[in-house]
Design a protein around this ligand. Sequence first.
Ligand code: UD1
Length: 363
Amino acid sequence: MRTRPNHTGIPAAGTPSTVLVTGGAGFIGSHACVELLDHGYELIVVDDYSNSTPQVFARVERIAGRFVGAVYELDIRDRRALSAVFDRHSVDAVVHFAAHKAVGESTRMPIQYYDTNVGGTTALLSVMREHGVHQLVFSSSCSVYGDAGRGPLDETTPARPTNPYATSKWLCEQILADVCRRTPEFAVLCLRYFNPAGAHASGLLGEDPHGTPDNLMPYVAQVAVGRRDRLRVFGDDYATTDGTAIRDYLHVMDTVEAHRVALDHFIDGPGMRVFNLGVGRGSSVMDVVNAFSAACGRPIPYEVVGRRPGDVPELVADASAVARAWGWRPTRDLAAMCRDSWHFQQLNPHGYAGSARRPATKE
Ligand code: UD1
């Protein structure tokens, strides 16, 4: 482990300097690469591009003004390939984003979700242990709370996952807690995100899922740019102010800042800590539609359809624990998320398709 200058120029002794990012080409992963490069980290990235594209790295490098580092196309369940990456590089810590994340799809393909999300995490953990790497930031989800009722939820809220995606994240949390109990050197920082949205302010990076977006904000953005004719609002008969479901949307740049702050906190010692990442404010589907419409200056056509199976009426974070522990608080609001998402969509009406590719790291 080396001493690394942080953004204030003050050396942060004892914090990791070489970070392996799984799923680094994805929505949150690519923004995290920018954030970590901006703060002096050396990166090794692995991704299987199942819901992302390698084109994103040329953009990450343009924003950061630095090379990403070594990038490997691999599936984290492939222990041999993953182990070879750890053999080749001296990794201090891992930020683990790689996972499937579509709730609806998870109900149709539970085996694939458990295999990739849980099997991928156990493969990663065994390779980390074999190589003496014990620091992990894990990407968990507010979906572990399930239908927990109204009001902000803190980390003591009992888990009641309602779909295989959520259960896969909850199972990973249980496995990580067991690993920390068994191997006292392990330090795991488990971040339960509420609803990350938005894009990098440059308009170069954003959310570009393969196929039809499952998530609200990228769907609305594609309607706004004319790629889709209208949004389908999944239910307006919830017991909420306007009848549509309420979520806690968190700017992707705030989300990735929290990961960078997490890396500074391995110094607090081993064991597992779990934190919510959210704004602490609920927005309904119609709030998002109206905010996006204000950002792009045109109405968003929509129709109300039935509820989506597995959806819950309301999920809002009590994110005060992470603010107390690390001083991390989000600074960007829903208007900023819509503005940045629209900026990305306008500059990239067809996502990353057709943009320049960065040369891959040779095996
Ligand atoms: C879910 C997970 C969340 C996870 C995220 C990753 C739950 C409760 N939450 O978020 O933990 O990080 O997936 O993908 O499982 N909506 C529409 N029309 C659309 C799309 C969405 O009305 O075309 C509505 C949904 O019904 C929901 C809201 O918009 O009320 C947000 O949906 P979405 O963006 O898919 O995220 P979640 O399902 O909340």
